[in-house]
Design a protein around this ligand. Structure first.
Ligand code: ADP
Ligand code: MG
Length: 420
């Protein structure tokens, strides 16, 4: 057996898996876009495998085309199978040669088998997936060798070196690919889990300041109602009192809906976001917490800027940074939030006049569980930087011990943002 083409085939498959990881899994693209990329990478891998086949000394030729086709189907579903099948049959006819009819017959037998086995189900466990995918590969390889030996008129259909090589090599490559892909998916799931946990923690941390804000309107309303009950309010003053009560209750309602906005489960939907209203909403949301820490928030935000992102995740990351800024000023101060366009990018600056950090501390920023606070988690910054990175942005930190810190967040702007 020629070793070089075999290595090349395996290399092509592994390379396409890594490209898929870089392009899709690390970013937060919608599921549908990921499926298209999966189709693209699998098709390229399949074509490349078929273009560089492995020659055995027995005269047989084979390649690892089944691996990308199966991966495309197992992870991408029925529609992907349909498209890659068309691509496969088209490319196979283009190559021509004696084996074409056999290839088509084998595919016609394997196709319904794939449908019966089905693609991976979301809840399927790692081991089951590996077994499911490997079993399909073995079945396919067996049918392929059987037919190819039949065509060659060999009597020892399954009992020669060709089936052993083909089945062994294809199955091993498939199992290895599944392990790599499952490992990558597991890591992604873990990252999302950490993000979710941090959000719940954030909600808990902010709860005290919100509760405090809601208690004030409730105290006012209940005081007025008690006065009314005892008939201590003049008839003509009642409309005024009612107005005050309604305003106070509306304020409480607004605070609760703000609170629910961050507690809400993640929707994971990329949409066009207006920067200014989003930042105003965050400032409003964080002002009870700032007030509790005697911090005032100043802002200067350019209007009309927009970007594409998941609003709830972007807010979570900004809230984490704003919250750290507030916490860095135990004796109070001003937190400044600026946002403007800078060379076709969006620059958001969040500056505090707090304790600041040494260069060594800045270096450790964003590493899991690094915290200098008694009740800190050391996750907030990591999650915030992770989200910004996944949106194609980056973060620069400027800090001076004892003077304050500025987080500069640079994000890609949507091109149709209104220019000045
Ligand atoms: P936590 O806030 O729970 O400690 P974070 O990941 O949010 O966790 O922050 C990690 C550490 O980074 C903080 O404990 C703090 O020492 C430092 N840090 C983050 N932001 C600032 C800031 N604006 N000023 C000073 N130190 C900061
Ligand atoms: Mg924090």
């Amino acid at each position: 057996m020629e070793v070089l083409p075999l290595l090349l085939n395996t290399f092509i498959i592994i390379l396409s898996i890594f490209f898929y990881q870089i392009v899709c899994l690390d970013k937060d693209r919608p599921e549908r876009t990921n499926r298209w990329f999966l189709l693209l990478f699998s098709t390229v891998a399949m074509v490349m495998c078929m273009a560089f086949p492995i020659h055995l000394f027995s005269g047989h030729i084979f390649d690892l085309r089944y691996v990308p086709i199966l991966l495309c189907y197992l992870y991408g579903g029925h529609r992907n199978l349909l498209y890659i099948s068309i691509a496969y049959l088209a490319f196979r006819s283009l190559l021509g040669g004696e084996g074409m009819v056999t290839s088509v017959i084998v595919y016609a037998i394997v196709f319904p088998l794939m449908i019966i086995f089905g693609p991976f189900r979301p809840a399927q466990r790692k081991l089951k997936r590996v077994l499911h995918g490997t079993a399909l590969t073995v079945v396919w390889a067996l049918i392929a060798v059987l037919f190819s030996n039949l065509r060659a008129g060999r009597e020892d259909l399954l009992f020669n070196w060709f089936p052993i090589y083909l089945i062994l090599v294809t199955t091993c490559t498939m199992a290895m690919s599944l392990f790599i892909l499952e490992g990558i998916c597991e890591k992604m799931k873990l990252r999302k889990e950490v993000e979710r946990a941090e959000k719940m923690y954030l909600v808990g941390e902010l709860a005290a300041s919100f509760a405090h804000e809601i208690r004030n309107p409730l105290t006012v309303v209940s005081g007025f109602l008690q006065l009314m009950e005892k008939n201590q309010i003049a008839e003509e003053a009642k409309p005024d009192y009612l107005r005050v009560m309604i305003t106070e209750l509306e304020r409480a309602q607004a605070i609760i809906s703000d609170y629910l906005a961050i507690a809400k489960p993640k929707t994971d939907s990329i949409q066009l976001i207006q920067v200014e209203p989003l930042l105003r909403q965050i400032i409003e949301l964080m002002s009870p917490y700032a007030l509790m820490n005697t911090v005032s928030i100043a802002s200067s935000i350019e209007q009309g800027l927009q970007l594409k992102a998941d609003a709830s995740r972007l807010s979570q990351s900004l809230i984490n940074i704003v919250k750290n800024g507030i916490e860095a000023m135990p004796d109070g101060g001003t937190l400044e939030i600026k946002a403007h366009r800078k060379q076709s990018k969006l620059l958001i600056e969040i500056s505090d006049q707090g304790v600041g950090m040494t260069p060594a501390e800045i270096d450790r920023l964003g590493t899991p569980f690094y915290t200098t606070k008694e009740k800190g988690t050391g996750i907030g910054t990591m999650v915030a930087l992770g989200i910004i990175g996944s949106l194609g942005g980056r973060t620069e930190v400027h800090s001076e011990k004892g003077a304050g810190t500025t987080f500069a967040i640079i994000l890609p702007l949507q091109s149709d943002s209104i220019s000045e």
